[in-house]
Design a protein around this ligand. Structure first.
Ligand SMILES: [Zn+2]
Ligand SMILES: [Zn+2]
Length: 188
């Protein structure tokens, strides 16, 4: 049931099969390892010339429209500096995440999205796509129920800022990092 749901949500099978494939290739020989690690990162090369619809940029961040939007408005906010994923962040990165949220909110402001229709958050590995930190910024509603399931916010408890989830709300992410914890799929 869970597997079927996940493969529907991530139809390109970006989860386990890709990791398995990568492992095989790495084991194969050093040459293939080099090919993989030398692959250019798509989000290290975000420019208008490459077809990105950029809505905001400064020296540190870029916000652009998702090419396959899940909601009425769907932007991605990235740091120019290559940071792998939300899982690699620690306590000192909470300010970076806050600044990404500020950029996301100003992009949503530009498009007149009301505060109660905003959802901001990150996918948690292995449920992420591109291995360059990107904050999803949505102006709701979602395009379908299935799409909305990729971005479910799991509330926390007395001792945790979030429950089991593949998506972490940006406020949860900041709170978890400020507590000195790492962000993962399991409650944290
Ligand atoms: Zn990158
Ligand atoms: Zn994502």
């Amino acid at each position: 049931m869970m597997g079927a749901l996940l493969s529907k949500l991530w139809p390109q099978r970006t989860i386990a099969p890709q990791a398995e494939e990568l492992n095989n290739q790495l084991a194969d020989n050093i040459e293939s390892q080099m090919t993989i690690s030398d692959k250019p990162c798509i989000f290290c090369n975000v420019t208008r010339e490459r077809g990105f619809d950029i809505v905001f940029e400064d020296t540190e961040f870029i916000a652009f429209k998702d090419h396959n939007p899940s909601a009425v408005q769907h932007f991605l906010v990235i740091p120019r500096q290559h940071i792998a994923t939300v899982k690699t962040l620690d306590k000192q990165d909470s300010l970076l995440v806050q600044r990404m949220a500020d950029v996301a909110n100003s992009a949503l402001d530009q498009f007149g999205v009301e505060y109660n229709l905003r959802r901001l958050g990150f996918h948690i590995p292995p449920f992420n796509s591109v291995q360059h930190l990107h904050l999803h910024a949505h102006g709701l509603p979602y395009k379908s129920l299935l799409r909305s399931m990729k971005y479910i916010v799991s509330p926390g408890s007395k001792t945790r800022n979030k429950g089991f989830s593949w998506f972490v709300h940006v406020e949860q992410a900041i709170q978890i990092l400020e507590r000195g914890q790492r962000i993962g799929v399991l409650p944290c």
